[in-house]
Design a protein around this ligand. Structure first.
Ligand code: AMP
Length: 129
């Protein structure tokens, strides 16, 4: 069965898109740790990050780097953190999280945003790519 992220790639499930190339997609995490929390994924569906072939792995990291630089320009924060977990969604993804304190990296305190706020942040990040 297709992963929820593959369904986002095919458009079956909506997302707040931040960036897209032929091979990668970045969109806002729907249950963010902080404003601007973004997920970067390969379009190729592979469960674990370290099982990606070398080209896809390096490509995803380079794509994530470009998105992180745009997040840093668009969202006030001390720095952008990068985390890989994958316990919930079995489709390789990199979390990019604007950090102001260690709490923002802990996946414990979540923030609520409405549709307009999500779209505004996604647009702001995209505008800095
Ligand atoms: P993990 O697999 O543990 O790295 O966590 C998966 C992440 O995907 C969580 O932070 C979820 O909030 C996020 N997530 C799950 N479904 C969606 C979705 N439809 N759109 C955006 N983010 C999602």
């Amino acid at each position: 069965m297709a992963s929820i992220f593959t369904k986002i790639i095919t458009g079956e499930i909506p997302c707040y898109k931040v960036a897209e190339t032929e091979d990668y997609l970045a969109f806002l995490d729907i249950n963010p740790n902080a404003k601007g929390h973004t997920l970067c994924i390969p379009k190729k569906e592979v469960d674990k990050l370290f099982d990606l072939d070398e080209t896809s792995y390096h490509g995803l990291l380079e794509f994530s780097r470009q998105v992180a630089i745009a997040i840093e320009k668009a969202v006030p924060c001390k720095r952008v953190g990068m985390t890989v977990i994958g316990l919930e969604v079995p489709h390789a993804h990199v979390h990019l999280i604007p950090l102001n304190s260690m709490e923002d990296a802990r996946f414990m305190n979540k923030i609520q945003l409405d549709k307009v706020e999500f779209q505004t942040i996604a647009n702001a990040i995209t505008s800095h790519l």
